[in-house]
Each structure stands twice: as structure tokens, then as C-alpha cells.
Write a protein that binds this ligand. Structure first.
Ligand code: 3PG
Length: 210
């Protein structure tokens, strides 16, 4: 079941990384993403509004909502209870991965070195987040790593936007790309949902062109 969900995520090609200070903005944000043609959201646990925001978005039923910046088992549990469909971590925590596996929820841990990717494989994972992508060597590093790790899929995130997304899209081992450029924090805070919908539409168009 995990693999199916990751495939659906991959079919959208983009994962908007969302930081919500106020769960009251979650409904409008979800609507904007759907209007922009991208019914996907990774709501990060960088704010205390995350679990409530995930619950609001999950209730819609038409958005693939996950939890990001999950650093420990407690946050896995909170996210799962709130209705998150997948868990994303900046690094590789065995405790986080194990708990996700116990719960049967797909997990995308961060892995940017050969050693970290090996560990992810040993834990039964086939897809990892490559974070922070740009400062970890970017598309060139992913390409180099994909030679020894033929079956691994990468979800690069961190420093990716309209200017450099094409480099990542060109790699077959990249299943999806994460980023926050279509959901700027200040626009969320000021509820500029029409503008977010337009940025999302532009991002989707970029992906479709390739
Ligand atoms: C993440 O948590 O995945 C990143 O902060 C998103 O990176 P970006 O803001 O550079 O797109």
C-alpha cells in the first residue's frame, strides 16, 4: 500500500512544502492548491498548527496530505492521528522509520550520502528525500548516487524553484520534487489564496512542459 501512495505522489511530480502558523489558513490553502491543479500538501511540523492543519486538509478527502519535518516518534503519532497519509523527515531516523512501518504509513526520510541511502535500503525503503538538495550537490549529486543505487527514487527538496527545477526533472530517478516556492509563507499568512493558486498553476505547467 505504501508503494501505491508514493506512486500517486510521484504522478503529481510536485510536493508543496507548507508552513502554516495558523490552522485557520489550512482550508483556504488546500482550496488554492486544488484550484491550482496540485492536490498535494506536505504540512511541516515546524509550527504547532501542523496537526490541526493536517486534520482540516485530510477531512476534504481530495488532497494527498502528509506531514513534513517529522523529527520523532511522537510527531509521527500526532501526524497519523490527524490523518496524514505520509511522513517526511529531513534526516534518517530509525525510530521514525520503524514507527511509520508499524503504523503502515509511507515514510520519506532524508538521505543524501551513500551511507544514508544504504541504511534506508536496509530498512526496506526504496524512495528517499534528498534534502537539502541544492547545498547537498544538487542534481549532479543525485545523478552520481543513482549509478550505484539503481533502484532508488529520490524526492529532492530544498532550494529548488522555477530556475533550476528542469535539472531535477531530467533525472529518471527523481520521482517528485518538493518545494515551498508555490506556497510562500507570507502569502499564506495574508491569505493571498488566489495568488497561491496562480503560483501553483505556474509550477504545474512547468512540470507538464517537461
Ligand atoms: C523542506 O522542508 O523540505 C524545505 O524547507 C523546502 O525547501 P525550500 O523552502 O527551499 O523549497
Amino acid at each position: 500500500m505504501s508503494e501505491d501512495l508514493l506512486e500517486t505522489l510521484a504522478s503529481h511530480r510536485l510536493v508543496p512544502v507548507v508552513v502554516l502558523d495558523d490552522a485557520g489558513d489550512a482550508a483556504g490553502l488546500a482550496e488554492a492548491l486544488v484550484a491550482g491543479g496540485l492536490p498535494v500538501a506536505e504540512v511541516t511540523f515546524r509550527t504547532s498548527a501542523a496537526a490541526e492543519a493536517i486534520a482540516v486538509i485530510a477531512k476534504r478527502g481530495d488532497v494527498l496530505v502528509g506531514a513534513g519535518t517529522v523529527l520523532n516518534v511522537q510527531q509521527v503519532d500526532e501526524a497519523f492521528e490527524a490523518g496524514a497519509q505520509y511522513i517526511v523527515s529531513p534526516g534518517l531516523s530509525e525510530a521514525v522509520v520503524h514507527r511509520c512501518q508499524e503504523l503502515g504509513i509511507p515514510v520519506l526520510p532524508g538521505a543524501v550520502t551513500a551511507t544514508e541511502i544504504t541504511r534506508a535500503l536496509e530498512m526496506g525503503l526504496k524512495t528517499v528525500k534528498f534534502f537539502p538538495a541544492e547545498t547537498s550537490g544538487g542534481a549532479a549529486a543525485i545523478k552520481a548516487l543513482s549509478a550505484p543505487f539503481g533502484g532508488v527514487k529520490f524526492v529532492p527538496t530544498g532550494g529548488i524553484g522555477q530556475k533550476n527545477i528542469a535539472e531535477y526533472l531530467a533525472l529518471e530517478c527523481v520521482s517528485a520534487i518538493g518545494g515551498s516556492w508555490m506556497v510562500p509563507k507570507d502569502m499564506v499568512r495574508t491569505q493571498k489564496f488566489d495568488e497561491i493558486a496562480q503560483l501553483t498553476r505556474d509550477a504545474v505547467a512547468l512540470v507538464r512542459k517537461d
